[in-house]
Design a protein around this ligand. Structure first.
Ligand SMILES: [Zn+2]
Length: 189
C-alpha cells in the first residue's frame, strides 16, 4: 500500500458502513458549516442546489451543492459532498498545490470527523429556515396590489347593491313581481 493510499484509508475508514441519504436542505446546511469549519469564515455568496453529475463547487460566485452526485467516482451523498468540499477548501487554501497535495487529506479527514462528531448522519443537522425572505420587495408589492383590488371589489359590490335597490324601488307597480303574485293567487283558488 502506498503512503498516499494509506493516508486516504485513514480518511475514508471513518465513514460507517451504512450512510443515510442526504437531503437537499441538509446538503446546503452541511456545506455552509464545513466551509466555515475549514476556512474560518462564512461563504459570502449564494448557495444553490444542483443535481446529476455536477460537482459541489462554485460557479460564478454561487456555491452549487449536489446532495446526490451521480458522476464519475460517486460513492454516496454524504461522502461525495465532503469530498468535494474538502477539495474546494484545499484549492482555496493552497491554490498552487495539486488536488491530492500534501495537505488535502488532513482537510478531508477533519471534515469527515466533524460530520460524524456532530451526529449529522443521525439527522442532527437541522437546516435553519432562511432568514432572508425571498424578494421582500416583490412580496410587499403583491400585498399592496391585493389591498387595492380588495378595496375596488368592496366598492363595486356596494355600487351593484345600490343599483339593485334603486331598480327595485323604480319598478312600476304591477311589474313582474306583482304579475307573478296575481297568478299565484289565481292558481290557488
Ligand atoms: Zn479526492
Amino acid at each position: 500500500m502506498t503512503e498516499r493510499r494509506a493516508k486516504y484509508h485513514a480518511v475514508n475508514d471513518q465513514w460507517p458502513e451504512t450512510i443515510p441519504p442526504l437531503t437537499g436542505p441538509e446538503a446546503i446546511a452541511a456545506a455552509k458549516r464545513l466551509y466555515r469549519f475549514t476556512m474560518k469564515k462564512s461563504w459570502r455568496g449564494k448557495w444553490k442546489l444542483v443535481s446529476g453529475n455536477r460537482y459541489t463547487w462554485t460557479h460564478q460566485g454561487v456555491f452549487c451543492v449536489n446532495p446526490n452526485y451521480t458522476g464519475r467516482g460517486a460513492i454516496n451523498g454524504w461522502h461525495d459532498l465532503v469530498h468535494f468540499m474538502s477539495h474546494y477548501c484545499h484549492s482555496r487554501l493552497w491554490p498552487r498545490h495539486k488536488p491530492h497535495g500534501p495537505n488535502h487529506h488532513h482537510i478531508e479527514k477533519e471534515m469527515v470527523a466533524y460530520v460524524l462528531a456532530h451526529g449529522w448522519l443521525e439527522r442532527k443537522l437541522k437546516p435553519k429556515p432562511s432568514k432572508a425572505r425571498p424578494k421582500p420587495d416583490a412580496v410587499a408589492r403583491l400585498e399592496a396590489s391585493e389591498r387595492r383590488w380588495t378595496t375596488k371589489l368592496r366598492r363595486a359590490t356596494t355600487a351593484l347593491r345600490k343599483i339593485a335597490r334603486q331598480r327595485a324601488s323604480q319598478a312600476p307597480p304591477g311589474g313582474q313581481g306583482a304579475v307573478r303574485k296575481q297568478r299565484n293567487i289565481i292558481a290557488t283558488r
